[in-house]
Design a binder for this molecule. Sequence first.
Ligand code: DC
Length: 334
Amino acid sequence: MKAIRGATTVERDSPEFIKKAVGELLAEIGRKNNLLSDDIVCAIFSSTSDIRSYYPAKAAREAGFYRCPLFSALEPPIKGSLARCIRVLILAECDSAVHVYMNEAVALRGDIAARFNIAIDGPAGSGKSTVADILAKRFGVLHLDTGAMYRACALKCIRDGVSVNDESAVAAMVENIDLKIEYAGGAQKTVLDGKDVSAGIRRSDVSMAASLVSTYGAVREKMVALQRQFAAENSCILDGRDIGTNVLPDARFKFFLTASPEVRAQRRWKEDYAKGSKEPYRQILEDMKRRDMQDSTRAIAPLKAAADAIVLDTSNMNIDEVVSIMERRIQEKI
Ligand code: DC
């Protein structure tokens, strides 16, 4: 179970304004945390003493929260407190807790309300996606695996018979690509043409094709715009190749994970083997080296550590060790 905080302010102490503000706040909390009504255990509201015309809990019931216990309380008048503010604490059965602050309430709890972006870059098999997942859960933020987006572009080419070697055909395809990132129980779902392709994009032919299409300017421009928009709207961890250097050069925290090609290929081989793949280690290592070369020597936004990134060589570390170092470095700065 998670506790999700939210707050908003209303322009006027009137039932219409309160109903609208509470409805919007709850909808946003639901959207950011992917909540279904059955996930919500209870919602506790408080409102500043200048809100007297309507109970926020009643507004919540009207907004569709009638299946869980609701409670409202009036706060004492406190000098200097935000005017006409409604606060909520929601307990819900979910994996992540993304707190939501709207209108004037963004001024509250800067620590958890301020956009909080973490950039994690590194080559394939460096463990960045796994640690990003763990850290995102710990900090209650979303994890965007940006590699999945380039993979979706590659999958679309393969499916539609667009040659990945034909840059202008790929550029034309990507212009109108129907690509969405959704979350279910905190896990990213990559949705291409309305279908969840999270599993299909992991194929090895897609990996190689993704590495190639990601060298094209039009593809990068489109994906980077979507990634920046996502980061502007959500506190999140982005993992990829160019997050700290290009997508979010102002990210509050930047990490670059690396490991020897042999260790990375070994990790990938183990993962794939557990899933039933028979691809030999030698082949994985060879593909990985080719991909490393392609990703780090391309002209636009190559794989590279940002000058201000914390570089961690994870060759001799397990995931728990990597996560605990990163968590410590984040906590020191928060
Ligand atoms: O992280 P991954 O293996 O899923 O990424 C697939 C390909 O996408 C990778 O070879 C390089 C490319 N990529 C990129 O160019 N920029 C990113 N931010 C993420 C991935």
